[in-house]
Structures are given as structure tokens and as C-alpha cells.
Design a protein around this ligand. Structure first.
Ligand code: PEP
Ligand code: MG
Length: 752
């Protein structure tokens, strides 16, 4: 009945307000009072900043006092955000296990499992959220919820007035622009693209930013032509060293990543023009900037991603060049040990970052299933995707801590946060550091064997796949070495890379997917035609069928590399039986050529196709009669089945793997494959989503192909699955007609 007593004493809040000297003081007294009255361990108030679309903690009793002002989130995030978003109380007794729950390191909130959040609103205005938390076994009752609602409604009135007063009393306080850089320490929630942890000064990759910063700098010292020439030589040397490092680290991607930098550096129209200006008496830094601007003005007219990539190269180059000029001696800082923040990154940027040992990356646009995220995971660059363009306004060098395990970005982390991270690292609790034990075979609790194959993007993934005892390679995305290079690899180069992969698998099956370029996987050295909808354009198998010499070269390299191995070849984006037969015919042609040339090769591998286009589902019987196996690429299948661009974060909530159409399509593939004795695997990201493992096993999936780092957790979860129960669950899921019904069956929280 404490709650009702509080309700009666609500006028106390007005007294508290009148007695307070500041709004902050009032909010603090309020949380202290509520904590005491409702016998709760924690009470916090979050206020909503509409311009920045952020909920910021403004007072707390029970959590670490440093959390005030520091804990921030979008209304689209967390349980607190959910209360404001859905305008209803959220009451959870095991908040820590809720999919929406993300702990804020350093606040101590993980100690309190019972959670109650009530929105503070007035009319249509969203003002904030009142949050209560309690330790174990002290659930919130209906009366607590009622009392909390009463406090929230009273607070709404007072805060609205107080906000007005705050503006009146602080007329000189400049309001931050909506996209201004966060001035205070803060935390931004994003999504994990590649788990890990990174701490370092930030480096903003943003052309305007870089050029503006360089132009704003003072260049009081007059430099000579000799200084300039020395800077050019030093820059060249650095780039060549970096190139060497890439080659050592990533042999399959070893073509000249820094080629365009080096070429620009040797270009007469670039360095030559700069020299001319310097000879006329212009200070070298200014000459560099002037010519750079002219270069970039030409590029500006282009929309093509290829050109935009070049712009980034030029930008990177002039930063190095000017740094080398100003410092004369001593290396330029480059990206090493920095947290890179960018709106757009190219595969070559990631490669460069990897060779320079970057601390991590934050991308302020894009989707987690984009190929950039996949590549970041191959290169093990901790990466977060955070829809927060204000991060681009941070000054270069601002300390940033990246907790990519849970997707948090801390700007200017305070000592408390740094301390708890140091502890975490020491305890080896970040996902990356955790030493994992895996068994050579994966089975369900009742002994059903599940094959866990590895998705390989670059050869650098292989050692992890081996150490985690994968059952073979279920998907080798052969386009990745093509994407990160700056020219087409020759048949010989491909052969050597493929052979290394095959040999490293020691007799286990290796599945090569032929080139899947186009769409968001562009080759910087190939002039793709401008297309309105590149992901539905001249891509993937269509590109290969249209560029036969390139395709044949690849098929020959695969067959040669697969000699004596358990080789499988599959074709991406197959839309019809005709596509498949044409592609297989070319594989036959490659095998015939090699035979005629007496070159050692695999006589005839298993030949399969990716199921990525919904159009093949009604045709699956006819296809099953022809193929040796199917591999279901759920990333694209979802994209095309539901008409949702997988790289567009704006429609992210429509990208629903647990859509009934998806499950029923997978069932259709499994049924047809079984009838014809064909193998089926799932190789899209859905295969590593823990929420779907049981239902997939229940439907009869026996092979999953995933990025190696997911293998231990999947193995562990599968060992708890009972196949008979899984079957019952899958029958219910397949009978469900709506997304909501499936969410209830699988215990998935609805994404708003
Ligand atoms: C897929 O589409 O699910 C898939 C595995 O291929 P990618 O992600 O390379 O398009
Ligand atoms: Mg695909």
C-alpha cells in the first residue's frame, strides 16, 4: 500500500520543486524520495531531448552518480527507450536477459534485475522516462506501477514548467546545434557489426572535415622545395611499407591496396603542379591544398562509388603528405591505434585500417548485414554502426572507447568507465579475448549431428575456422579477394589463394561460391554501368555469364585448386533452372579445357546453387532434380522476398528473418531436397542468430555455415536442443500466419 500513500502525498513534489535551487537539484530530490517511498534500490529520471532525439539520464539514486548526463540513448533503444516509444509502462522481472536490454558499463545497473519504466508525457509531448530498479526476487507490483504513473504525471507538469524556466534563466547558454559534436562525455548506442573492443583517439574520415581542418591550420613557417620533395619521398616510403605489411598479413588480397595513392603521388598533374607552384614562391602546404582542391573538384562531379573511393585515397594521401611536411622527421600518425569514425568506408579502407592496426571503427550509416560489416569481421576490426552523424563533428583526437561487443560508443570516457573496461580486459571477458573450447563434433542434446561449416571471406579467416574445428567451408565468398584488390587477379593468383584454402582444410569439404559482385560489392577497377537498382542489376551470376572469360578463368582456378579435394562449387543469385544449367555448362567447359591441356584438376565436383531469390521457391522441385545441393542465402532471400534493402537502416525494422514466408520457403527447399536426396545448408546471417537455431533444427536443417567466430556459441546452444521438441516448435511456427504469432512462439521481442 506504500504506492497509494505516495499517491496521496504527491503534492510533496510541488514543495520539493519550490525548495529546489535548480531543476537538477529538484530531480535529484525526487529520485531520492521515490526510492525511499517505493522501497526500491534505484530510481532514475531520463529527459528526452527532442532536437537530438536522445534520452539522457538527468538524476539517479542507486546507480553510479557519474552516470548522470553520461547515459544516453535513442528512444529506439533499450527498455527505457521502449517505454517512451510505446508510451506504456515496461515491467520486466529479468531485465538483464531481455533482448532489448543493453547494460551501461560503470552504472552498476546489472545488479538490479527487476525493472520498471514509465513514460513521462504531457499531451502529445514526450518528456522523459521514470525508471525504477530492484535487486533479485523483489518484483514490481501493479500498485508500484500505479504509483509510478502518478509520480510521472506530476513530474510531467513540473518539468515542462521547469524547462521553460531553465531557458529563461540561462539566456546566454548557447543551444547546441542538432548535429553538433557531443561536447560532454557521452555514450551512443549502435549496433555491433564486428564484436571487439577498441580505445584510442578518434580519426574522422570525412572529406570536408579533413580539407577544412587542413585549410584552417596555420602554416607560419615557410617550407622549401627541398622540404616538399623530402615529404613526398617519406610518404612514398610509408606507403610502400604499408603495402608490404598488407601483403604479409593478407596474401589473397595482396594486390596494390595503396596503388592509387602511389600513382597519384607520381602523377605529374598532381605533384608536378604542386612543385610548379612552390617554385613560384607559394608555401608548400598551401600549394598542396590548392592542387588537391582542383583534383577533388573534378571528382566531385561523379556519383560513382569508384570515384568516391578515389576521393578518400586523395584525402588520405594529402593528410600524410602535409603531416610529413610539417614534421619533416618522424612518422605520420596515420590510422594506427585510432578509432576511425566515418560516414562511408570502402573495402580498401578496411584493408588499409587493418594493416595499420586501427583500434576500431564507427560507421554512422549503413546496415549490419552489409558486406562492409562482413569484411570487418574477417579482418577482426571492432566495428559499430551508430546512426549518429554528430560523431563526425568530433575533433580529431577526441578519446573514444568502442565496446563493439554490445555496440556502445563512449565519447571522452570518464575514469569510471575506463576502469571498468580495464578490469574487463584483464579478466578476459571481451568476446574476442575469451578462450573457447569446442568439441570436434556438434550434436543436439539427443545426439542429432549438426554440421557447422565456416563462411570464409579472406584467407585470414581460415586459422580461426581451423582452431574452432569447423566441419569444412560451407561458403567461400570468392569475391572478397576481388573486392579488396585494385585489379582482377589472374587465374594463377586465384589458383594459389584457392589452393591454400583447400590444403588448409585437410580433406574436409570446401564450397566455392563463384563471383558474387555487383550490387553493394563493387570492384574499384571495373567500370560497372550506372544502374538505378544495382542490387537487382548486372550482378552476381549475371555478371559472370556476361563476362565469360573472367568466369572461365575463375572456374579453371577453382577446379585446379580442388584437385583431390572434397570440392563443391555453387552459383549465386540463380533465378532459374536455365541460369543454373548455363553456369554448369561453363564449369563443364572449364573442366574440358583443363583436361585437354593436361592440367591437374578436379574432374567433376558437386555443383549446387544459392537459394537467394524468392522466384526459385515455386521452381524448387525442378531445381532439386538438377543440383547436387542447395545453400540458402537468407541475407538476400529476406531482402528480395520482403522487398527490404539489406543495407538500408531506415527500413531495418521491415527486415524480418522470422517472417512466415521465410520459414515456409526454407521448409519447401528442405522437402524438395529430401525427396531428391540433396544436401541443404543455410549460410546467411540467420544461421548464426541464436533465436532461430532450435526452429531450424526442428525443420530438419542439419548443416549451418557461419562466420567462424560464432561456432562455439552455436555449438553450445545446440547441445541443449532436443530434436523432438524442436520439431514440435517448428510445426507450430510453420502453421503460424503472422510475424507476431512467430515472435510469441520464439520469444522474440517485436522490433518497432
Ligand atoms: C546471403 O545472401 O545470405 C549470402 C550468404 O550471401 P552474401 O551475404 O554474400 O550476399
Ligand atoms: Mg547473397
Amino acid at each position: 500500500m506504500e504506492g497509494f500513500q505516495l499517491l496521496c502525498d504527491i503534492s510533496e513534489l510541488n514543495h520539493l520543486f519550490r525548495d529546489s535551487v535548480s531543476v537538477e537539484g529538484f530531480l535529484q530530490k525526487t529520485v531520492e524520495m521515490v526510492t525511499h517511498r517505493l522501497k526500491t534500490d534505484v530510481c532514475s529520471i531520463y529527459l528526452y531531448d527532442e532536437e537530438e532525439d536522445l534520452l539522457v539520464m538527468r538524476a539517479t539514486q542507486g546507480l553510479h552518480p557519474d552516470s548522470v548526463g553520461l547515459v544516453r540513448m535513442k528512444p529506439s533503444e533499450g527498455l527505457t527507450g521502449k517505454a517512451l516509444r510505446e508510451l506504456r509502462p515496461i515491467c520486466e522481472s529479468r531485465a538483464g536477459r531481455h533482448p532489448d536490454f543493453k547494460p551501461f558499463i560503470g552504472t552498476n545497473e546489472e545488479l538490479f534485475d527487476n525493472f520498471l519504466a514509465v513514460p513521462i508525457t504531457r499531451g502529445l509531448n514526450r518528456i522523459g522516462v521514470l525508471v525504477l530498479q530492484r535487486g533479485k526476487r523483489r518484483k514490481f507490483s501493479d500498485e508500484d506501477i500505479m504509483a509510478c504513473k502518478a509520480v510521472a504525471s506530476q513530474l510531467a507538469n513540473i518539468i515542462e514548467n521547469a524547462r521553460f524556466l531553465m531557458t529563461m534563466h540561462a539566456p546566454h547558454e548557447e543551444k547546441a546545434r542538432p548535429d553538433a559534436a557531443p561536447a560532454e562525455p557521452g555514450m551512443i548506442r549502435g549496433k555491433t557489426a564486428c564484436a571487439g573492443f577498441g580505445l584510442g583517439p578518434c580519426r574522422i574520415l570525412n572529406r570536408e572535415h579533413t580539407l577544412a581542418t587542413l585549410s584552417r591550420r596555420d602554416y607560419p613557417q615557410a617550407y622549401s622545395l627541398a622540404d616538399f620533395d623530402r615529404a613526398v619521398r617519406t610518404t612514398q616510403q610509408q606507403l610502400e611499407d604499408l603495402q608490404k605489411r598488407v601483403e604479409e598479413k593478407l596474401s589473397d588480397a595482396a594486390s596494390l591496396i595503396f596503388a592509387s595513392h602511389l600513382l597519384i603521388l607520381k602523377d605529374h598533374a598532381f605533384v608536378g603542379e604542386m612543385r610548379k607552384r612552390i617554385e613560384k614562391g607559394i608555401n608548400p602546404p598551401l600549394a598542396i591544398l590548392e592542387i588537391t582542391r582542383q583534383y577533388l573538384d573534378i571528382f566531385d562531379r561523379s556519383e560513382s562509388p569508384y570515384i568516391r573511393e578515389k576521393v578518400q585515397d586523395v584525402e588520405d594521401l594529402i593528410v600524410r603528405l602535409i603531416d610529413n611536411l610539417l614534421q619533416k622527421a618522424g612518422p605520420t600518425e596515420g590510422l594506427g591505434h585510432r578509432v576511425v569514425i566515418a560516414r562511408e568506408l570502402f573495402p580498401s579502407d578496411l584493408l588499409r585500417m587493418s594493416s595499420e592496426e586501427v583500434a576500431g571503427a564507427v560507421l554512422v550509416a549503413g546496415g549490419v548485414t552489409s558486406h562492409l560489416s562482413i569484411l570487418a569481421r574477417s579482418l577482426q576490426i571492432p566495428m559499430v554502426i551508430a546512426q549518429s552523424p554528430e560523431l563526425l563533428k568530433l575533433a580529431d583526437g577526441t578519446p573514444v572507447l568502442l565496446d563493439a561487443d554490445i555496440g556502445n560508443v563512449y565519447v571522452r570516457p570518464n575514469e569510471t568507465i575506463l576502469h571498468s573496461f580495464r578490469n574487463r580486459i584483464q579478466a578476459g571477458t571481451t568476446l574476442k579475448d575469451r578462450k573457447v573450447k569446442v568439441k570436434p563434433e556438434t550434436t543436439t542434446r539427443d545426439g542429432v549431428r549438426i554440421r557447422l561449416m565456416a563462411n570464409i571471406n579472406l584467407l585470414s579467416d581460415v586459422s580461426l575456422a581451423q582452431s574452432l574445428q569447423c566441419d569444412g567451408v560451407g561458403l567461400y565468398r570468392t569475391e572478397f579477394p576481388f573486392i579488396v584488390r585494385s585489379d582482377f587477379p589472374s587465374e594463377e593468383e586465384q589458383y594459389w589463394a584457392y589452393r591454400r584454402l583447400v590444403e588448409s582444410m585437410g580433406g574436409k569439404p570446401v564450397t566455392f561460391r563463384t563471383l558474387d559482385i555487383g550490387g553493394d560489392k563493387v570492384l574499384s577497377y571495373y567500370p560497372f554501368p550506372q544502374e538505378q537498382n544495382p542490387s537487382m542489376g548486372m550482378r552476381s551470376i549475371r555478371f559472370s555469364l556476361d563476362n565469360r572469360p573472367i568466369f572461365l578463368q575463375q572456374l579453371r582456378a577453382i577446379l585446379r585448386a580442388g584437385a583431390g579435394a572434397d570440392l563443391r562449387v555453387m552459383f549465386p543469385m540463380i533465378a532459374s533452372l536455365d541460369d543454373f544449367c548455363q553456369a554448369r555448362q561453363l564449369l563443364r567447359q572449364a573442366a574440358d579445357q583443363l583436361k585437354a591441356e593436361q592440367i591437374q584438376h578436379h574432374a567433376w565436383p558437386k555443383v549446387g546453387m544459392m537459394v537467394e531469390l524468392p522466384g526459385v521457391i515455386p521452381m524448387i522441385e525442378s531445381l532439386a532434380a538438377e543440383v547436387d545441393f542447395f545453400s540458402i542465402g537468407t541475407n538476400d532471400l529476406i531482402q528480395f522476398m520482403l522487398g527490404v534493402d539489406r543495407t538500408n537502416e531506415k527500413v531495418e525494422s521491415y527486415y524480418i528473418p522470422h517472417h512466415p514466408a521465410l520459414f515456409r520457403s526454407i521448409r519447401d527447399v528442405l522437402v524438395a531436397a529430401e525427396r531428391h536426396g540433396r544436401e541443404v545448408s543455410i549460410c546467411g546471417d540467420m544461421a548464426h542468430e541464436m533465436a532461430y537455431l532450435t526452429v531450424l533444427v526442428g525443420m530438419g536443417v542439419r548443416t549451418l555455415s557461419v562466420e567462424p567466430l560464432f561456432i562455439p556459441q552455436i555449438q553450445q546452444i545446440l547441445s541443449t536442443v532436443d530434436s523432438a521438441r524442436a520439431r514440435t516448435l517448428s510445426e507450430k511456427v510453420l502453421g503460424a500466419g503472422s510475424v507476431g504469432e512467430i515472435e510469441r512462439l520464439l520469444g522474440i521481442e517485436h522490433k518497432a
